[in-house]
Design a protein around this ligand. Sequence first.
Ligand code: URA
Length: 237
Amino acid sequence: MRLERLLQQQGFGTRKACRKLIRQGRFALAGAPLTDPFVDVAAEEGLLLRVDGEDWPYAGKAVIMLNKPAGYECSKNPRHHPGIDALLPPPFVARALQSVGRLDEDSTGLLLLTDDGALIHALSSPGRKVEKRYRVTARHPLDTAQIEALRAGVVLRDAPQPARALAVEAADAHTLLLTLTEGRYHQVKRMLAAVGNRAEALQRVAIGALRLPADLPEGQWRWLAAADLELVWRKTA
Ligand code: URA
């Protein structure tokens, strides 16, 4: 593939803009500066592109994780707060990465983003029962009856079938670890409300066996390696 086209595909602007940046000497391939925009390059996963001094592995489909902070909407058309695009570098915005499911504006934690439509579809499919684990801070002290009710299932207004937590674990009197395999609208908050409590804070800590890394600060993103992506299909550890 022509170099200028490859850079365009990776989100570095129009073909004309990519041609210009290459000619301006702002590009290197696998460590070697390249100034010919028309050179033919074999697009291989992980091939190291360097633009303006920053490394970008070539990715046919981009898959990243973001530690979402509060105060951002998972939407391309945010209404009351900035969208999560504001946290991403321009190439990801140009590639129109989308979040896999959503976290509420005030929720935090692990969010996957990709431009791979088939992956979004598979991960969001109810039949695949991908496990999502949340750390919930409850306003009122949690009691056994509430925990049992969350396990047994609570009826929410939008559907007759009960919303059930796959696992519920009280870490302390106000902290719950809740694992769900569905993603209904405001599901965790509504489940807590249904048992007479209230979710004051909500952090997604894992998707399947993929955990939010302790060393990924809020607002930061990281590429997802193929091995990490495998983990999302497994049970939360
Ligand atoms: N459930 C909620 O209520 N909010 C979220 O952000 C995620 C799950």
